[in-house]
Design a protein around this ligand. Structure first.
Ligand code: SAH
Length: 354
């Protein structure tokens, strides 16, 4: 790419279909070739090592797109397996090189591709998923995160299989859960449920609409030696289940709400805001005095400011006095480059009510 004055700006991947026509690989004359990818991928992995992420878990995001100078490239490590997402035309073009380099750098036994995210459509790329290199180990893949074990379905699970971005926030819930009655809304495979029970929660109700996720969740409880009787899985729509619980006058000490992206882009922000308001208003109503709401938004289209306002509105309408105690965000293997603030997508608030 050249500037208007025909000075070298850098190399970019051109996409004639996407509304983002060019994504910069470099801001210099540095060439984009095999060695370029080797260097950037290695730097991304070294960063996680320096940051001590591998000491917390053997499931780690190794490469996080623009934040690692590699737009459109995601690579997650699950024990001995790497899951790659190639989301842009440029990443697709360099597919073979990227996958080979990742395998060489990590020495993993298999590389799985999960380039089946919706955003591929915006680039005019068809979805693709499957084993790209090596062989998947027989049976379920197990990862160990903060000394807790989780089964991960890398081929059929959501995203690349597990919500790695919540690793630190799950620890916070473990700390808060002791002796409490907990509701985990949008529980997926029971991440917050396992942590809450490991932290001594008296009971948990875990709600999700995905039967497959709940089935894996049940295994996660037994694999951690947790008492399955202390948890109730509910397959259903959180919006409806929260209403039903309110109508039955149920109450909880700790509520976690971690919904899917209601607003992938700013265009859906208004509708999404209504969704967040709805579940959080109900969440506040279901809390006992002294209770805690841990609430998240992973919508790129909702800013942290707006999210806080929505939660403030929800508390007002629920008639509770709530105080923010902690502000939560994505784990450090999802760093945010200050030049690309859009990559800060996960926002969480720990709110204590009087
Ligand atoms: N907290 C989880 C991740 C949640 S992801 C963890 O730490 O692993 C969001 C989850 O919401 C997904 O599992 C999805 O199946 C579920 N979901 C989406 N819409 C839903 C709805 N209306 N009611 C219940 N669950 C829903």
């Amino acid at each position: 790419m050249l500037t208007a004055k025909e000075e070298m700006l850098g190399y970019a991947a051109y996409s004639p279909v996407s509304s983002i026509r060019a994504r910069m690989w470099t801001f210099s004359g540095e060439r984009v070739d095999d060695a370029f990818f080797g260097k950037r991928l290695n730097a991304a992995i070294q960063f996680r090592e320096r940051w001590g992420v591998f000491e917390e878990s053997d499931a780690v995001r190794l490469v996080y797109g623009e934040s690692d100078g590699l737009p459109g490239i995601i690579a997650d490590r699950y024990a001995d397996v790497i899951v790659v997402q190639l989301l842009t035309t440029g990443a697709e073009f360099w597919r073979e090189v990227i996958i080979d380099q990742i395998q060489t750098l990590t020495g993993c036994s298999a590389v799985v591709e999960r380039s089946d995210a919706d955003v591929r459509r915006l680039e005019g790329l068809p979805p693709r998923s499957g084993v790209a290199r090596g062989h998947l180990p027989a049976g379920a893949l197990t990862i160990v995160e903060n000394d807790l074990r989780f089964g991960v379905d890398v081929l059929g699970g959501q995203k690349t299989g597990f919500y790695l971005d919540q690793r630190h926030n799950r620890q916070i819930v473990r700390r808060l859960a002791g002796g409490r009655e907990v509701l985990n809304g949008f529980c997926y495979t029971g991440g917050f449920t396992v942590y809450a029970l490991a932290g001594g929660a008296r009971s948990v109700i875990s709600v999700d609409s995905s039967a497959e996720a709940l089935a894996l969740g049940a295994k996660n409880l037994s694999n951690n030696g947790l008492d399955a009787l202390r948890n109730t899985w509910v397959e259903g729509d959180v919006f409806k289940e929260l209403r039903a619980m309110r109508d039955r006058a149920m109450t909880f000490d700790l509520i976690v709400l971690d919904p899917p992206k209601f607003a992938p882009t700013a265009a859906q922000a208004e509708k999404a805001a209504r969704g967040y308001k709805d579940i959080n208003l109900l969440g506040f109503k279901l809390l006992r005095p002294g209770g805690v709401l841990v609430t998240f938004s992973c919508s790129g289209g909702i800013s942290r400011d707006l999210f806080q306002k929505i939660i403030a509105d929800a508390a007002l309408d629920a008639g509770v006095n709530a105080r923010m105690v902690e502000l939560l965000h994505q784990a450090p293997d999802h760093p945010v480059n200050l030049r690309f603030p859009e990559s800060a997508y996960l926002k969480g608030l720990v709110c204590a009510v009087d």
